[in-house]
Design a protein around this ligand. Structure first.
Ligand code: UTP
Length: 297
C-alpha cells in the first residue's frame, strides 16, 4: 500500500506586493476572510486530509504567523475566567501539537520552487503536499482530501487543476493533457504562464500539490525560469516521462484567488453568505447596493 501523505509545506515567504501597503506589516496569510486568517483555512484543509506535520517556509516580517499558532495563556485564562467556552473552542483550532509545526526561512524571495526546496531537509524520502494559502477553496470535501484519495490510486505527482477561460490561462501554469480520464488527467507537458496562443489547454494549475521527493531532486538542479524565479512548475514538469509521472486533478469546489484584491473580496462575500450569522444582513445589503447601482445607470 502507498504510504500516507502526512507532511505539508506552506510557502508563505512571498512579498505580497499586490496588497501593499497592508502587507508592509501584516503577512498576507494573516489577512482575514470574515473572521479567520487565510492560513487557518489552509491548516484546516490540511488537517482534514490527514496531514500531521506542517512546514512553513517564511521570511522576514512574518512573525505574526508564528505567534498565531502559539498558545496565548493570558487571553485563554481571561476567557476561561469569564466562562467564554465558545471562544476558547475557536482558539483551539489555532493551536498545534508541540513539534507538529516547523518554520524554515527563505532568505530571498527567489520563487515558489525555491521556497519548496528550502524545506527539503524536513521532507526526506516521502511524498508531501504543498498548499498555497492564498488559494482558498470552498468545497464539500476539502480539496486536499480529494487529492489524497485520488493520489492513493495513481501515485506519481499530482497538481490541482481547474478550467479557466483562454484569456486567463497566461496567469497560470497550464497542463498539456495526454489522457483525460475525467477527474484525473495524465500530463505530457506543463507551461508556466504561457502566451495566450501558446497555452496547450485551458486546464490551469492552482495551489495544491502532492509531490514525490524526486521533485526536490529536480529543484536541486533548477535555474530561474519564467519571470526570473525558480518555478515549481518546471521541477514538476521534469518528472514527466519518468516512472513518477504527473497527473492533474480536477477538484470539486470553488477556488478563490485571495492573492488578488478582487478574488479576496469575492471570497469574503461568498464565505460570509455561507454563514448563518451573517447571511441575512449581508444579502439584504448586497441587494440594496445592486438596486442602487441599477438605479444610477
Ligand atoms: P505569489 O506569486 O502570489 O507572490 O506567490 P506573493 O509574493 O505572495 O504576492 P505578490 O504577487 O507580490 O502580491 C504564490 C505563493 O508562493 C509563495 C507566496 O508566499 C505565496 O504563498 N512564495 C512566492 C514564496 O514562499 N517564496 C517566493 O519566493 C515566492
Amino acid at each position: 500500500m502507498r504510504k500516507k501523505v502526512t507532511k505539508a509545506i506552506f510557502p508563505v515567504a512571498g512579498l505580497g506586493t499586490r496588497f501593499l501597503p497592508a502587507t508592509k506589516s501584516v503577512p498576507k496569510e494573516i489577512m482575514t476572510l470574515v473572521d479567520r486568517p487565510l492560513i487557518q483555512y489552509a491548516i484546516d484543509e490540511a488537517r482534514a486530509a490527514g496531514i500531521k506535520e506542517f512546514i512553513f517556509v517564511t521570511s522576514r516580517g512574518k512573525s505574526a504567523l508564528e505567534d498565531y499558532f502559539d498558545h496565548s495563556p493570558i487571553l485563554e485564562q481571561e476567557l476561561r475566567k469569564k466562562g467564554k467556552t465558545e471562544l476558547l473552542a475557536l482558539l483551539k483550532d489555532t493551536n498545534m501539537d508541540s513539534g507538529a509545526i516547523a518554520y524554515i526561512r527563505q532568505h530571498r524571495a527567489l520563487g515558489l520552487g525555491h521556497a519548496v526546496w528550502c524545506a527539503r531537509r524536513l521532507i526526506a524520502d516521502e511524498a508531501f503536499a504543498v498548499i498555497l494559502p492564498d488559494d482558498v477553496i470552498a468545497a464539500e470535501t476539502p480539496c486536499l482530501k480529494q487529492m489524497v484519495e485520488a493520489y492513493a490510486e495513481t501515485g506519481g505527482n499530482m497538481v490541482a487543476a481547474m478550467e479557466v477561460p483562454p484569456e486567463k490561462a497566461s496567469a497560470y501554469g497550464v497542463l498539456d493533457v495526454q489522457e483525460d480520464m475525467g477527474s484525473i488527467v495524465s500530463v505530457k507537458g506543463m507551461v508556466e504562464k504561457p502566451k495566450r496562443e501558446e497555452a496547450p489547454s485551458n486546464l490551469a494549475v492552482i495551489g495544491r500539490y502532492i509531490l514525490g521527493p524526486s521533485v526536490l531532486n529536480n529543484l536541486n538542479k533548477m535555474r530561474a525560469g519564467a519571470g526570473g524565479e525558480i518555478q515549481l512548475t518546471d521541477a514538476i514538469a521534469a518528472d514527466i516521462g519518468t516512472a513518477n509521472g504527473v497527473y492533474g486533478y480536477r477538484f470539486r469546489g470553488q477556488r478563490f484567488d485571495c492573492g488578488s484584491k478582487a478574488g479576496f473580496l469575492q471570497a469574503t462575500v461568498a464565505f460570509a453568505l455561507a454563514r448563518d450569522d451573517l447571511r441575512d444582513d449581508l444579502s439584504a445589503y448586497l441587494r440594496e447596493v445592486v438596486n442602487m447601482s441599477k438605479a444610477a445607470e
